[in-house]
Ligand binder design. Sequence first.
Ligand code: CA
Length: 152
Amino acid sequence: MRLLVIEDDPDLNRQLATALVDAGYVVDRAFDGEEGHFLGESEPYDAVILDIGLPKMDGISVLEAWRRAGRAMPVLILTARDRWSDKVQGFDAGADDYVAKPFHLEEVLARIRALLRRSAGHAKSELNCGSVDVIQTVRGLGYLLAPPGNAS
Ligand code: CA
């Protein structure tokens, strides 16, 4: 599982990355919106932790740009506790979940686990739909090759 952390506060960025690496994830880090946007657009991440208040390009703009470009990875946004408008804007922009600062690292880890579980569930049901299609196609072929009542 490969994650991206975009947070301009160096201490917070390091704490998040350390906790995620300890939990067994591969973690890339970005410290401003432009760098984060570029990484999220060019690399396949299983989930992203995205701060809203970022230099160069704010988190909402980063998220909107990804969603417009069809990037569908789960995104957990980090918001300031007293900025409820951040949460509304974040969800409107395509966020999957949020954590308000200051947060406990355990809560971030739990929410990331939940996001990854959910996105794995989606991937599985898509696969199931695929096999049904294949079975139907094979039956169709079988019928074409040996139509019933054509023995004589
Ligand atoms: Ca920030």
